[in-house]
Each structure stands twice: as structure tokens, then as C-alpha cells.
Design a protein around this ligand. Sequence first.
Ligand code: KIV
Length: 270
Amino acid sequence: MIQHLNHLELLSGNSKVKKFNLKKKVVCLTSYNKFSAQIADKYCDLILVGDSVGMAYYGDKSTRFVSIQEIIRHGKSVRQGVKNAILVVDMPYGTYKNSPEAVKNAKKIVKETKCDAVKIEGGYEVSLIAKNIIKNKINVMGHIGLQPQKIKKNDHYRVIGHTFSEQEKLFKDIDCLQKAGVFSIVVEAVKNKVSNELVKKSKVPIIGIGASKNCHGQVLVLEDMLGMFEKVPKFVKRYSNLNRYIEKAIQKYSKDVRNEKFPSTQNIYK
Ligand code: KIV
């Protein structure tokens, strides 16, 4: 039996409690700017300014190059578009190596972006850090399973939970993060059977990406689901083919300019 939690509850930046009904699945997406956030806010319960911005927006090979200034810049933009959803901002690689640094950087992110929570990657090894951030009245979301910040240049992305030791680590991770007080945990690229067990065990909502459909909610990177990339992981479902639309529009524009069809009388000032 999968446990059904009733509420997702957290203190928002202005200390009001935000409560979400979890009788339905929690819908989450990433966003890196005000305009996509305004649309996502109509349909999502939680919006994440993910450090996937490094790869999906800047075209880097890893999420490791995102700086705190960059995530804050995107967080501020997204904040302008989010009125209802929970706004979570990722703490970039290297910004939560120890508790004092983590607390200082989490405070900076919350102060400047006015987000409701920060997300950190890692399990039991970051649980004390999570606890110390939470002690400072900042909501923390966990992220276990595949952790993109741990992937070095030539490593490849892989599914987690095949071995007994990986499974044991996941259970320990979830237990320690819950005890630390995280309000929710992202579980990425974990075998279906194992993620089902994690959902059963968890007392906080589990948000899956490449995990079981029994997770309390699902998250995807917006650009992945819009069809902006040729190669995406198996867990991505493409809901559009935006790249093709963009290419067609640019092709048409280029033709119009070359054939002197643009600008037309409608586009010039009389
Ligand atoms: O950075 C990100 O977009 C994320 C999601 C994939 C959960 O962490």
C-alpha cells in the first residue's frame, strides 16, 4: 500500500503557512524566467529554479558551473511570475559544503529571490547541513537518487537502485533527510520497485523524476518536456516539439528579410 499524505505544508518567505492538498498528485516543473513561470504557475503546485539551467539554458556539459549569482538572477525573474505555486530555488554546486556556508548562502538566496524553499542534493551526508538550514527557518527540499551535481565531466548518468548497497543508502538517505526536517524530497532516476518502497517509507511527499508513478508528485525540466532537445533521458515525455516550431519560424523570417517581405507597411512607422 502506498501511503497517502494529505498535506504539503511549509512556512513561506513571509512566514505564512502554505498548505497544499496532496490528495491529488503534486505537479512540478522547472522554470528559469518570469514568462514561463507565469504559465507554469497556472497549472503547477511547485516551481523549481533548477540548476539544470546550466545545461538546459546555458548549454553547459554539467550543472556544476552554475554560480549563486546566476541562480539568484533566474530566481528573481521567476519570482515575478509565481503567485500561487511553491517556489523552490536550487543551491548550486559548492555552495553548501559545510553548515556555516550553507546557512549563509541559503539566507542569501531566500533574501534575494524571496523563494519559499531551497533544494540541496544528497542524502544522509547532507542531512546535518539540511537541519542547520531548517533551524534558520528556511524550508529545505531534498534530492536523492541520481544527483547531477555529483556527476563529473566524463561520468555518465545512470539509474540508481540496482544493488543492495545502493538500495540501503537510499533508505538511509530518506530517513536522515526526514529526521532533519525537509518538507519534500526529489527522487531522480531510481528503479521503479525501489522508488515504490521509498514512497511507502516516506513521511514527506516524494517528487519523482524517473521514479515510480506512485510518487506523490512528478517533476520535469520544462525545456525537456517542451521538446527542445534531441537527446533526453527515458524518463522525459515530450509534450511538444518546440525546437521544430522555432526553426520553422526563424527560417520563414530569414526568407522574408531576404525577399524584402519583412518589414511590411504594418511594421513601419508612418
Ligand atoms: O535542477 C533541476 O532541474 C532539478 C530537477 C531535475 C529536479 O533538480
